[in-house]
Design a protein around this ligand. Structure first.
Ligand code: G6P
Length: 475
């Protein structure tokens, strides 16, 4: 049998929904970056994507239906129970690892019960993979929900080619060492042949923890783990550039821009788009906008903030609190400045269609992307790709991985309210020519290092390290 490639991530690129009234199942493909970037890989031949379909509590008949539907597109499910979702997904993944890796140490909880569930679910993923994998297949594992899986796979399939990519920041040693299960976690990741991060800093932090906690030395990104060589490198993830560029000039987008009417045409508009998450700095952004309107009152009645918050992890306390805080802040700011014919903030707590997003990207004057910490951030790249007329200004937090590439954005420290205020003022007064030259430079980079290039570079490097290992072992 020929070798195949198996992609593994917590979520499949399709979410299954069960209708509460008639129990019918529906399947919703994701249009996210990872799904698009990897679509040519997993849909080919015998390749496969294994992950959680996003629901729980299915009976055997439903499982048969789900498996049949997923199989059509080369996918296979890992089923989680309600308890797994609670302890592994909402629990260890999003109450321990997510806050810790984003430097929100005060939000992180360390509970043995959650850790046990994390081990258990990583094992469920292992079992699902073993049902399909051959000993020499290539397996590419994604993200912080599955840090133990590469190690488990290495034991079960010693000759497999295993890649791992961490989509969120990897914290500095002083933060990572707070984790009670830090050594097991690093050993888990090191089961891979190639470990990828978005930035050089993340990679450096990982290597520093590996060295200080496990004593393994590294040189030029190569770690010697017992008798294996593991390669660690930075691969900044990109977007499907053509998709956003083409959509921006499509008739569907133009119709949407017209449908949004005054919101985009009459006033100046500042665009903010995120999943609901404390790491995104939404509160800081709102406070900055409030201060901007008070320091530059001539913009009252002239500029609006379009605030899109996409619901996420709403069973986790910190996310529920954040939602309430944002609701309150938006209410306060709108109450303070609104006029009969103008609102400072247009707030949407829901997902938007792709055409809707494209219209907002294309027609807004300023993209305001100010996370307190972000592995990469693809919203800013989507904004850049959608600016086909090169008019528009990107304000970007230094704390986003993307800031390393997009140096022509107005870069700010999101904790400094004054920097947000002045960046908004600079953006809204920036001459057209300067907007064009900055946008052109950013477009060159985002176009070139698109998500397809990202997949290609990672996969090539994975093959290379495997060849190096084989050459080393045959000596
Ligand atoms: C981040 C993570 C992904 C995750 C996504 C959505 O981008 O890196 O692994 O899938 O957020 O979060 P969710 O909890 O809904 O999967």
């Amino acid at each position: 049998m020929s070798k195949k490639t198996i992609i593994v991530s917590n979520r499949l690129p399709v979410t299954v929904n069960k209708n509460a009234e008639d129990g019918s199942l529906s399947f919703h493909p994701s249009s996210g970056g990872l799904a698009t970037g990897l679509s040519t890989t997993y849909k080919q031949g015998g390749n496969l994507w294994i992950g959680w379909p996003g629901t729980y509590g299915h009976d055997d008949q439903e499982k048969v239906h789900i498996e049949k539907e997923l199989k059509k597109d080369n996918m296979a499910p890992v089923y989680l129970t309600k308890e797994d979702v609670n302890k592994f997904y909402e629990g260890y993944s999003n109450k321990t690892l997510w806050p810790l890796f984003h430097y929100f140490t005060e939000y992180a909880t360390y509970e043995k019960e959650l850790w046990d569930s994390y081990i258990h679910v990583n094992e469920l993923f292992l079992q699902a993979i073993l049902e399909h994998a051959e000993p020499e297949d290539t397996i590419w594992v994604h993200d912080y929900q599955l840090l133990l899986l590469p190690g488990m796979l290495r034991e079960a399939l010693p000759d497999a080619t295993i890649g791992f990519f961490n989509h969120i920041p990897f914290p500095s040693y002083e933060i990572f060492r707070l984790l009670p299960w830090r050594e097991e976690t690093l050993e888990g990741v090191l089961g891979a042949d190639l470990i990828g991060f978005h930035t050089y800093d993340d990679m450096r932090h990982f290597l520093s923890s590996v060295n200080r906690l496990l004593g393994y030395d590294s040189s030029l990104g190569l770690v010697k783990v017992k008798n294996r060589l593991v390669s660690v490198d930075a691969f900044p993830m990109g977007i499907d550039y053509d998709k956003f560029e083409q959509a921006a000039d499509s008739s569907k987008t133009k119709q949407k821009v017209i449908a949004y009417g005054d919101l985009l045409s009459k006033n100046k508009s500042i665009l903010s788009i995120d999943r609901l998450d404390y790491s995104k700095g939404i509160k800081h952004r709102l406070l900055g906008f409030d201060k901007f309107l008070s320091k530059y009152p001539e913009y009252q009645g002239e500029v609006s903030l379009i605030l899109l918050v996409v619901p996420s992890r709403d069973k986790v306390d910190q996310y529920q609190h954040l939602k309430e805080e944002i609701d309150t802040l938006v209410g306060k700011i709108n109450g303070k400045y609104s006029r009969m014919n103008w609102s400072p903030i247009h707030y949407f707590y829901r997902s938007f269609s792709f055409d809707g997003l494209s219209a907002l990207y294309k027609a807004s004057d300023v993209g305001l992307v100010t996370p307190l910490r972000d592995g990469m951030n693809l919203v800013c790249k989507e904004y850049v790709a959608s600016k086909t007329d090169q008019q528009g200004v990107l304000i970007l937090s230094e704390m986003a991985g993307a800031a390393k590439e997009l140096s022509e954005a107005i870069l700010i420290n999101p904790n400094d309210e004054n920097q947000i205020v002045e960046a908004l003022h600079n953006a809204l007064t920036m001459p057209e020519e300067e907007q064009r030259s900055r946008m052109k430079e950013m477009q060159k980079k985002v176009r070139r290092y698109n998500v397809h290039r990202w997949v290609e570079i990672f996969m090539n490097q994975l093959d290379n390290i495997k060849e190096k290992q084989m050459a080393m072992n045959s000596r």
